[in-house]
Structure formats: C-alpha cells, structure tokens
Design a protein around this ligand. Structure first.
Ligand SMILES: C[S@@+](CC[C@H](N)C(=O)[O-])C[C@H]1O[C@@H](n2cnc3c(N)ncnc32)[C@H](O)[C@@H]1O
Length: 229
C-alpha cells in the first residue's frame, strides 16, 4: 500500500514550488513544482561522485552542480583527498533548509569547513558570470534528468557544446567533467567529443538500476582533460 506523503518543508518561488516530502522512510524533492528525485535508490547519484573520484589521482577541489538531496556531495566529502567542495544550487529554499538542518539527509554539509553551498545557476558559474570561481579538479553535474527528458527546459543548453566547453574550461589541468543522466544520451556523448581537445578522453559509463520491477539504464558522461590546455 502507498504511504501518504507528509510535507516537511515548502516554499513558493518565482519558478514554482520547492518542497521536501516524507513518505515513510523515503524523502522526496519537488523543484519548480515538479518531482525531482527521492531517496528510494541513490546509487547513481553516489556513483557520480565515487566513479569520478576513482578516476582522478588528486581531486583536491570539486564543483557539484545541483545539491538535490545531497548524496553526491556527501560522497565527495567522504574522500579525504578532497579539500574543498563548492555546491551550486538554483533553488534557494533548498540551500536554506540544508543550512537549517531541516532534514538529516541535508544536515551539516558545511559543518566540516570543506564544503560551501552557493545559490546560483551552475551554467552561469561555469561561464564565469557568477561565483564561486574555479578551476576545479572535478566538475560534477546533476541538475536535471539529462538532455532528452528535461524537467526544466532552461537547462537544455547545459548539455550542449558551448556550456560543455565552458565546463571544460573550468577544469584544472588533468581535471574531469562528469555529467549524470537518467538515460543514455548519444547526443551528449557527441557534444563532449566535439569540445574535447587533443589529449582529452571522453567516455560513457552505463549504470543499470533495478526499480519497481524494471531494469533502468542511467549513464555518466565523462570528459577527462589531457595536458593540451
Ligand atoms: C536531481 S537533483 C540532484 C541530485 C543530487 N545529485 C543528489 O545527490 O541528491 C537536481 C538539483 O539541481 C538543481 N538545479 C536545477 N537546475 C539547476 C541549475 N541550472 N543550476 C544549479 N542547480 C540546478 C535542482 O534544484 C535540484 O536540486
């Protein structure tokens, strides 16, 4: 039987409702009035962090685009090699609730002094039009479902070559850009290939998740910056 949802926090913004809802043990996030994610299976959000950290020899600085429910960020912080994480989140209520410790999933992220939460559009940050400023060893983007099933049409450009080139430009030498997607996205892989310079490496990692009786294919799209600058 489905448990009914209890609203833990909600706020109206010019872009729509932002809310946290508890359904039994499960926490749900609504952004701009649209279901964004829940905590039923956060393995791919964690893998965005762990797979990226595994590929970098010394990931001291990390940018996470999209706080969500904090799973990617917490996984980044659990790596002692990481000195500082900038988390950029568009929905200001979410950052306020994280700072206030409104739910345990988001509580205490800034407490250890290695993590800073910022309210901004990560596209603007990557273009250098808003803080924080890089470069970063890892740039991890999980702001939407991926290029083919967008929740927010305004995020479409983040998956296109100019924004990906800006993200590449925000990487420190040897840095790694990784983009999470709820589906395989050949056009995103091609766009990464188009912005890659000599010495860069681009690839796709397919992640299979069993949910509600079905196998779902998620994917990570990575660009590792070579030494070509
Ligand atoms: C699916 S959630 C991220 C999940 C996160 N990886 C985790 O581990 O919980 C997507 C988040 O990105 C935020 N977001 C959407 N568009 C954004 C943008 N352009 N810049 C920054 N954050 C954005 C949403 O408000 C939401 O909090």
């Amino acid at each position: 039987m489905n448990e009914s949802a209890v609203t833990v926090a909600r706020e109206d913004t010019p872009d729509g409702e932002v809310a946290l809802r508890r359904r039994g043990e499960v926490l749900e996030l609504v952004v701009d009035g649209v279901f964004a994610m829940d905590t039923v299976d956060t393995s791919t959000e964690v893998l965005l962090a762990t797979e990226s950290l595994r590929r970098h020899p010394a990931p001291a600085t990390v940018l996470v685009g999209g706080l969500g429910l904090g799973f990617t960020t917490r996984a980044v912080l659990s790596d002692p090699r990481v000195r500082h994480v900038d988390v950029v989140e568009l929905a200001s209520p979410l950052v306020g609730w994280a700072r206030a410790g409104r739910v345990p999933e988001l509580a205490g992220l800034e407490g250890g002094g290695r993590c800073a939460l910022h309210v901004a559009d990560v596209g603007a940050v990557l273009r250098g039009g808003a803080g924080p400023t890089g470069p970063w060893d890892l740039v991890l983007l999980d702001v939407d479902n991926g290029p083919d099933f967008l929740v927010h049409t305004g995020n479409a450009r983040l998956y296109e070559a100019p924004a990906l080139a800006a993200a590449r430009g925000a990487l420190a030498p040897g840095g790694l850009l990784v983009v999470w997607s709820s589906h395989r996205a050949p056009r995103l892989l091609a766009a990464l290939g188009a912005v890659a310079a000599g010495g860069d490496w681009v690839d796709e990692v397919v992640l299979t998740v069993h949910r509600e009786g079905r196998d779902l294919e998620y994917a990570l799209y990575a660009l590792a910056r070579g030494d070509g600058g």
